[in-house]
Design a protein around this ligand. Structure first.
Ligand code: UD1
Ligand code: CA
Length: 446
């Protein structure tokens, strides 16, 4: 028999979120809230967690894959009923069952470890995590007798006026002894709203004289249960604060941290400076010695060391070392910029490769282009890549010089060190070293 098994309850209807998306998949700082719970739970090394899922099981499955063992709760008949669904898989498998709600993303792994420790040391039948809070949070109240022994958990909707005043609240994490849990869970009374409350187990244990232990968590934010979007925003604030804190300790300078939004999935190297009002999101990696901002949005991108990005949007792009972007540039998905590339004022790049040292300083559009090294793209250059039906490629080879306001009508190729005159409309390939000019552009033959 194992020592510990963990069940995470996530089958609730999430009515209070008012969302198509199942509650536990709502992102917090870029990751689904359930992943934070699973991270904490997995640190207990109790094997794969059992995740109780409901009507939206498919959404959860496609997000988490085989990270957990799924247990289906066909009808949402309350938290007690939810845990009971794990009985056929779990009874007799582990001495202690730790049950936690999937909407409790901020719980610290160390708190879970301490709870298990208290449970083992006190030899208790039930061990609860509680929290002392001046705010009620809508949580169940911990009712103790005159000897401070826990008698019951009373849900807020069921409290008497005196019970309502109780400041010790149920955080919703329980260690339960396997031998006692399952038969009692099956015998829970049906609540007034047709639900079986997991919390009613505590009264049953008290009635039977079983030992009920508790651990009080100090940091209230750890037990924030996300029931609606106000709670979601609170959790978001806490996680973002943690991410920024870690980032600064690891050597990144954040100017005015509260204005910098960094997802928990982002990695940034030391001595990078982030100026105010930046959004750095998704699977983004930024090297060291970079200068980012002010006013940038960088999503799912990879930036090498020494890059400088000012007031620009960078999406699904890859930048090598010392690339300068902005102000007011837009790098769209599939942009690959080699070392030393400059993309400046009002330039847009999409699905294009720019070789080392290439410069696109002003008001240009490069789409579906392969641009070599040390190319100069003059102001107003456009790759006319779309004929209304299909996209076509443009190739500009090393050392080419594209004059201002050149239209490159794709598919087209500009050879090595070839040049275009200002205002050219290039409809045919330009051979190496040649200059083309005019509308439509003709190659100068001398
Ligand atoms: C619950 C506790 C409350 C505690 C609070 C802490 C009960 C009855 N109440 O209240 O004492 O203070 O958490 O955050 O347990 N779920 C299912 N199936 C169901 C119903 C719920 O899997 O049929 C899951 C939900 O997806 C959710 C979790 O259980 O993740 C808790 O349910 P929720 O409705 O959020 O309970 P609270 O009202 O927050
Ligand atoms: Ca909740």
């Amino acid at each position: 028999m194992r020592k510990l098994a963990v069940v995470v309850l996530a089958a609730g209807q999430s009515t209070r979120m008012r969302s198509k998306l199942v509650k536990v998949l709502h992102p917090i700082a870029g990751r689904p809230m359930i992943e934070y719970v699973l991270d904490a739970v997995e640190s207990l090394e109790a094997g794969k967690a059992y995740l109780v899922v409901g009507k939206d099981a498919e959404q959860v499955r496609s997000a988490l894959g085989d990270r957990v063992i799924y247990v289906e709760q066909g009808q949402q008949l309350g938290t007690g009923h939810a845990l009971l669904q794990a009985r056929p898989l779990l009874e007799g498998q582990a001495e202690t069952v730790l049950s936690i709600y999937g909407d409790n993303p901020l719980i610290a792994a160390s708190t879970l470890r301490r709870l298990v420790q208290v449970h083992e040391e006190t030899n208790a039948t039930v061990t609860l995590l509680t929290v002392l809070s001046e705010e009620s949070l809508g949580f169940g109240r911990i009712v103790r007798d005159s000897n401070r022994r826990i008698n019951a958990i009373v849900e807020e909707v069921m409290t008497s006026p005196e019970e309502r005043q109780i400041r010790e609240l149920n955080a919703g994490v329980y260690c339960l002894s396997d031998r006692w849990l399952w038969p009692h869970l099956a015998g829970l009374p049906l609540g007034p709203k047709g639900e079986y409350f997991l919390t009613d187990l505590v009264e049953a244990a008290s009635r039977e004289g079983e030992t009920i232990a508790s651990l009080a968590v100090e940091d209230i934010s750890e037990v924030l249960g996300i029931n609606n979007r106000v709670h979601l925003a609170q959790a978001e604030r806490v996680v973002r604060e943690r991410v920024r804190h870690e980032m600064m300790l690891s050597g990144v300078t954040l100017m005015d941290p509260a204005t910098i939004y960094v997802d928990s999935t982002v990695k940034i190297g030391p001595d990078t400076v982030i100026y105010p009002n930046c959004y750095i999101l998704g699977e983004t990696t930024i090297g060291s010695d970079c200068s980012i901002g002010p006013n940038c949005q960088i999503v799912d991108s990879e930036l090498g060391n020494g890059c400088r990005i000012v007031a620009s949007v960078v999406e699904e792009a890859t930048l090598a070392e010392a690339v300068h972007v902005g102000p007011f540039a837009h790098l769209r998905p599939g942009s690959r910029l080699a070392a030393g590339v400059h993309v400046g004022n009002f330039a847009e790049v999409k699905m294009s490769t720019l070789g080392p040292g290439t410069k696109v300083h002003h008001v240009s559009y490069l789409g579906d282009a392969k641009v070599g090294a040390d190319v100069n793209i003059g102001a107003g250059t456009v790759t006319c890549n779309f004929d209304g039906e299909r996209k076509h490629p443009t190739v500009i080879e090393d050392g080419a010089f594209i004059g201002s306001d050149t239209m490159l009508v794709a598919p087209v190729r500009v050879g090595r060190r070839a040049r275009t005159g200002a205002g050219s409309v290039v409809t045919r390939d330009i051979p190496e070293g040649k200059t083309a000019y005019g509308v439509p552009a003709r190659v100068r033959e001398k």
